[in-house]
Design a protein around this ligand. Structure first.
Ligand SMILES: Nc1nc2c(c(=O)[nH]1)N[C@H]1C(S)=C(S)[C@@H](COP(=O)(O)OP(=O)(O)OC[C@H]3O[C@@H](n4cnc5c(N)ncnc54)[C@H](O)[C@@H]3O)O[C@H]1N2
Ligand code: MOO
Length: 394
């Protein structure tokens, strides 16, 4: 539970609250107007309002005959998609052959599907149909001016198709926030087997797809030694053009962990200073005056992954103007102890719930590599209780 004092200092923030703090602290990036084919995956900065009614005209929903009045009917012509009927209002007892998608002439009562029609000698017969049968009337799906999607909606495939349907060539969207990564650690090796006392960098390869999954664009990654301490300051300075700087392996309080000192020197505003979760406790989010947001991910790789979902994901959502939304939940069917702070463990779907996989030690990525989701298990959770899920696979 977060006390008033925690809220003040932003120390050891409860896990769900940390996500909210990260999201709420984000000032959305300025919007840009882009062509529809450049908008995929970006987030609407404005409501999408129907520029035309949909459908825009009374439309045949079947191939057959548009008929007026009771049958049989005299055929007086044909109508094809994209070529409106040039004739007069269709009088009772008359019909036109019509294709799916063509404009139904005024006066038509219904469209008689070709399968139900008997045509010949300039006439067509068939069952009487209820008024309006197989006609999609103008504005039936939406009238012009209706709000189809609110600002903050991601421009997925269906939204782009919808925008085109009602006449848009461009959309006002927020560009993907730019993220720079700074991977720290004198012990890190970037290729091959690490050798004595060295550790292979797991976070460089993990960050490129992870940042994209969380809604950002990784536009640079540098490796920085722990010594001299000025190296980290220079790397943060060089990333000033990004929206977010992610620093890994410098969140703790050791002599080689310079991030907290650097943030103090820069008079940074603390948004989250450690989270009451395991792993990932020392993660942080702060904003130096006039600079990008700084997310500190613990060096332990699974802890870093957890921290990215906890702070970086909600921050990127806020920068893009996306809502934080509620996480999906599922019952946890295995027992996992979460004493005092939220436990975050890899899980897989198993029938009506999720099952903990193991492989959840802070430095080990095995469970996360195989899991469908990370489950955030609050302190005191009972077996069978629904728990929030951070989806690892879609
Ligand atoms: N006195 C205390 N010490 C530590 C505390 C604490 O509260 N008091 N917290 C521990 C916890 S929990 C974590 S998590 C770590 C976080 O430390 P840092 O973020 O400063 O990371 P490092 O100390 O540099 O590294 C921790 C661990 O991870 C390995 N590492 C680092 N970077 C990478 C990488 N890119 N790829 C693979 N592995 C990496 C590093 O070699 C260490 O083994 O602090 C604890 N200490
Ligand atoms: O909390 Mo640490 O992040 O145990 O590994």
């Amino acid at each position: 539970m977060v006390t008033a004092a925690d809220q003040e200092t932003r120390r050891d923030v409860a896990w769900a609250t940390a996500r909210e703090f990260a999201h709420a602290a984000a000032e959305p990036v300025p919007p840009v107007r882009v062509a529809l084919d450049r908008a995929a995956g970006l987030v609407l900065a404005d409501d999408l309002v129907a520029a035309t009614p949909l459908p825009a005209f009374d439309t045949a929903a079947m191939d057959g005959f548009a008929v007026a009045g009771a049958g049989p009917w005299t055929l007086v012509g044909s109508v094809r998609p994209g070529r409106p009927w040039a004739g007069e209002r269709l009088e009772a007892g008359r019909a036109v052959e019509i294709s799916t998608g063509a404009a139904v002439p005024s006066g038509a009562w219904a469209v008689l599907p070709v399968e139900s029609a008997v045509a010949g000698d300039g006439r067509v017969a068939g069952p009487d149909l209820p008024r309006g049968k197989h006609i999609r009337y103008a504005g039936e799906d939406t009238p012009a001016g209706a709000r189809l999607a609110p600002a903050g909606t991601p421009a997925g495939p269906a939204l782009l198709g919808l925008a085109a349907s009602c006449g848009y060539d461009e959309l006002l969207v927020r560009p993907t926030p730019a993220v720079r990564a700074i991977v720290t650690g004198d012990e890190l090796a970037q290729h091959g087997l690490p050798g004595p006392g060295r550790v292979r960098d797991a976070l460089g390869p993990l960050l490129l797809p992870l940042v994209a999954d969380l809604g950002g664009r990784l536009d640079g990654l540098v490796h920085v030694p722990d010594q001299p301490v000025s190296a980290l300051a220079e790397a943060v300075e060089a990333a000033a053009g990004a929206d977010v700087v992610v620093v890994t392996g410098s969140t703790s309080v050791g002599t080689t962990d310079g991030l907290r000192r650097l943030l103090a020197e820069r008079d940074a505003r603390w948004i989250v200073d450690a989270v009451a979760c395991r792993p990932g406790h020392p993660q942080l989010l702060a904003r130096p005056r006039g600079g990008p947001y700084v997310v500190g991910l613990p060096g332990n790789p699974f802890a870093a992954l957890v921290a990215a979902y906890t702070l970086l994901g909600p921050l990127l959502a806020g920068l893009s103007g996306r809502a934080l939304g509620n996480l999906p939940q599922a019952p946890l069917i295995t027992e996992v102890q979460a004493a005092g702070r939220t436990r975050i463990v890899p899980v897989v779907w198993d029938g009506p719930g999720v099952r903990a996989l193991g492989g959840d030690r802070p430095a080990f990525l095995d469970g996360a590599a195989l899991g469908d989701a990370l489950a955030a298990i609050p302190p005191g959770a009972e077996p069978g209780q629904p728990v929030p899920l951070l989806m690892l696979r879609r």
